[in-house]
Design a protein around this ligand. Structure first.
Ligand SMILES: CCCCCCCCCCCCC/C=C/[C@@H](O)[C@H](COP(=O)(O)O)NC(=O)CCCCCCCCCCCCCCC
Length: 211
């Protein structure tokens, strides 16, 4: 298949993200998200309201990374420092100005927590467990807190369309379900690491509630 791709490579991006100095590089971070969104696309049109929003957020970040101030958007650390020092982060309400990198990454960061819980649920789930249940539980324990009722409702309906666990593990294109589970075991610590570093950085600068 021409567009067959493996989730192994997608998740590997989150491994390349973290530098020796424990900085999170935006380039690989965003390419990881691009890969995940591509995968979400392959699951069908019912998820397009989710991928649209994710694409919009990745695009905002890519335009900063390719923009005039691109040297400030190399890592999450340099972005936070630059945006805070220049008063670019709106802490009140959304002002109608351009969305800051910090508030945009915060949305992706919260979604990364969902991904972490979901992949862990898939990895440790029983063979006959339902993907939709794993997905709903992970969502309710993370992202749902930040979403209004309509979004929660639409998301929960879409999750019902997810294929059963083993079929899901197979479309990840990593090999047999057992091989996919092993790959998740290897990839998850890196995702946790990216999540942890970002969480600490945003907490330190009181950026966890940006509107
Ligand atoms: C596998 C099933 C995929 C389920 C995806 C679970 C996430 C559900 C998120 C529902 C978001 C609905 C769209 C609306 C979002 C916005 O309201 C909301 C707030 O934005 P605002 O402050 O700018 O207004 N946006 C967000 O919270 C960001 C959501 C970003 C979602 C990214 C989801 C990418 C999922 C990639 C799935 C890949 C699965 C791979 C597993 C092997």
């Amino acid at each position: 298949m021409a567009d067959a791709f493996s989730l192994r490579e997608v998740l590997a991006a989150f491994q390349t993200c973290v530098t020796e100095r424990r900085e999170v590089l935006l380039g690989p971070y965003l390419s990881g998200w691009r890969g995940l969104i591509r995968f979400l696309h392959s699951l069908g049109a019912i998820f397009s309201f989710i991928s649209k929003d994710a694409v919009a957020k990745v695009q905002i970040m890519e335009s900063y990374c390719d923009g005039e101030q691109r040297d400030k958007y190399v890592s999450l650390q340099s972005m936070v420092e630059y945006e805070l020092a220049n008063g670019l982060v709106g802490v009140q309400k959304r002002s109608g100005g351009p969305d800051s990198g910090c508030r945009t990454v915060l949305r992706l960061h919260r979604a990364l927590r969902w991904l972490q819980l979901f992949l862990e649920g898939l990895r440790t789930g029983r063979e006959d467990s339902r993907t939709s249940v794993i997905c709903t539980d992970s969502y309710n324990a993370s992202l749902a807190t930040y979403h209004p009722w309509v979004v929660r409702k639409a998301a929960t309906v879409a999750f019902c369309a997810l294929p059963p666990r083993n079929a899901f593990l197979e479309i990840m294109n990593v090999g047999t379900p057992e091989e996919a589970v092993a790959m998740l075991g290897e990839a998850l610590p890196y995702i946790c690491d990216v999540y942890g570093i970002t969480q600490e950085l945003f907490a330190q600068h009181k950026l966890l509630d940006l509107p």
